[in-house]
Each structure stands twice: as C-alpha cells, then as structure tokens.
Design a protein around this ligand. Structure first.
Ligand code: ADP
Length: 300
C-alpha cells in the first residue's frame, strides 16, 4: 500500500478539521480526494506529507509513518501545495537547481534539464518564474515535486485557477506522470475525477462519505434517467400515467424522465408509446452523473 491513513483526527485549537478518517491508496493508483471547500482535503494532505502533525491516528507512506520519520518520508513523497509557493524572482532553471540541491542530488544539471523537458518548460526555461503564466507556474510546481523521483505524488488542487487550455495540458501531464507514480490529488471539480482518476475518496466536513471507483460511485445512485423523443407531441399529464415516474422535464426535442424504481424505465416508456400509438424516435438511458452523487453526499 502506498498511502495508509488510519483513524486520523486533526484539530486546529478547538476546531476539528478532520474527524476519524481512514483510507488507503494502492501503489500505481491515481486517486482523487474530492470535497467542497473547507472539507479537510489540504489538512489531510499536509499530515500525509509530514508538514503538520496529526492530533491522533496515523498516516504511513510506503509503510513508513510520516510523523516520526518525516525526513525519510519526504524523500519518497513529492508535494505540490495548494498555493504553489514559488520564488517569483528566481529563474526557472535556477529554482529547479536550488530544489535539486535541497535534495542533495549529485547530477543537478542533468536532472534539471530532464525535468524541464518532462513537464514541457523548454520554451520558458530562461524566464523568471514571476513572468510565467499560471499554467507554466503549475508546471514548475509539478517539476519541483517530482525532481527527486518520489514514489508518491501529492497534488493539492493542481488545476485550480487555470484556463481551459492550461487545464487540459496539466491534466494530461498528471496522467502521464501517474503511469509511473502513485498520485493523490485534491479537487472540488467533478470533471477532474472523471478525466484523470481511477478512484475517488469523497470528504465532507472532515469525514469520508464515499470511497470507490468513480464509475461505481456514479452507478450507486438509484435514480435512472431516460431521454425520450416521440414522433408527436405528448403532454405532461399524459406522461404522468407512466406509474414509475418521479420527475419529468421537457427539453427542446423531448422529455427527460426520472425514476427511482428498479424496473428498466425504457420498457415502461416503450409500452406507453405502444398504448398511445406513438413512435419512439429516441430512447436513451442517460449516464448517471457523479456530480449528482457528490451534491447529495456533501449537501449541508
Ligand atoms: P479544504 O482543503 O478541503 O478546503 P482545509 O483542510 O483547508 O479544507 O480546512 C478544513 C477546515 O479546517 C476548515 O474549516 C478550515 O477553516 C480549517 N483550517 C484549515 N487550516 C487551518 C488553520 N491553520 N487554523 C485554523 N483552522 C484551519
């Protein structure tokens, strides 16, 4: 197991930020740590990276407890904190060299140029960090997190504040790095999970409320939604005769129909069409959305 968190509590003074959370991340996984603002994501990540101590419970990375062995675990962990603290007055190459020296690396020059290539910073490498766009600054942040070739990478909100193009590029970079490393990334954006991650751990108000594969979680919701388009117009009151319906919404070309029954709603709709001499032009089961589940699990 790459990351193991067991019965972890973290208090800031009287306030509990994280309450009795436990989860594991297997080697090679890319796991999303998803939750609304203030849920406890950064706090948990700071404990895992050994930046702050837990109040109780424990966290281990590759079998090493982070609290007592913090310097050793930092050698196997790469960390991109939420606000990506960079030295804006330093040049990209200079900063990367500085980080490599902190890790006491011997082949600093080669390693820096490898990293610059790896994260796509070649064109920007001679600029000051302060002159870079947010997307390129994130690349510098990711490069400093992987320069010592850690086994585990912890990324706190790595795509927040990026424009749509930068977002796609950074996700792609994380996916590529994730082929070789265990990655845990925090986010409050659902699409991020679907785009990058194998598994998702959802946290709300300091507690874990879900932990599963993204696709399995989406299917857990017992609501089925079907889109249907008939050849003739049909009124809401007519459709309401389909007994299993829990929600009806007219769209431009047809109807979105929801049901909480276990029977396949499409069968009932087909039957309704037959009884009312209607032709079904489109009948489509909508993918269940993780977003819906997230909303349900984290609403206050
Ligand atoms: P997230 O990363 O999910 O947005 P955080 O871990 O930053 O959540 O915060 C969890 C809770 O702990 C919030 O209520 C936040 O206000 C509180 N908190 C975070 N850091 C501190 C701190 N240094 N001192 C006091 N409270 C804090």
């Amino acid at each position: 197991m790459s990351i193991e968190v067991k019965n972890l509590f973290k208090y800031y003074g009287e306030q509990a930020a994280v309450k009795d959370i436990s989860f594991n991340v297997k080697s090679g996984e890319i796991v999303a740590f998803l939750g609304p603002n203030g849920a406890g994501k950064s706090t948990t990540m700071k404990v895992i990276t050994g930046y702050i101590p837990a109040s109780s419970g424990n966290a281990t990375v590759c079998g090493m407890p982070v609290n007592v062995d913090s310097l050793d675990t930092r050698q196997i962990i790469g960390y991109l904190p939420e606000h990506n603290p960079l030295y804006l007055d330093m040049y990209v190459k200079e900063y990367m060299g500085f980080v490599a020296k902190i890790y006491k690396m011997s082949d600093v020059k080669d390693r820096v140029s490898d990293m610059i290539k790896r994260v796509g910073l070649e064109v920007e490498q001679d600029k000051k960090i302060g002159a870079l766009s947010k997307g390129y600054r994130q690349r510098v942040g990711i490069a400093q997190a992987i320069i010592h070739d850690p086994k585990v990478l912890i990324l706190d909100e790595p795509t927040s504040g990026l424009d749509p193009n930068q977002l796609v590029e950074i996700r792609e970079l994380i996916r590529t790095i994730g082929k070789e490393k265990t990655v845990m990334l925090s986010t409050h954006i659902m699409q991020e999970v679907e785009a990058i991650c194998d598994r998702v751990v959802i946290i709300n108000k300091g507690e874990i409320v879900a932990d599963d594969k993204a696709s399995a979680l989406a299917n857990e919701s017992n609501v089925q939604t079907v889109f249907v388009e008939f050849d003739k117009s049909v009124s809401k009151s007519q459709l309401k005769k389909i007994t299993a319906i829990s929600k009806l919404e007219a769209t431009e070309s047809g109807w979105l129909i929801e049901s909480t029954e276990t029977d396949d709603l499409r069968k009932l709709i087909a039957q309704f069409a037959q009884e009312n001499q209607l032709l079904v032009l489109t009948l489509r089961k909508e993918e269940k959305s993780l977003e819906e589940l997230f909303k349900n699990l984290t609403k206050s």
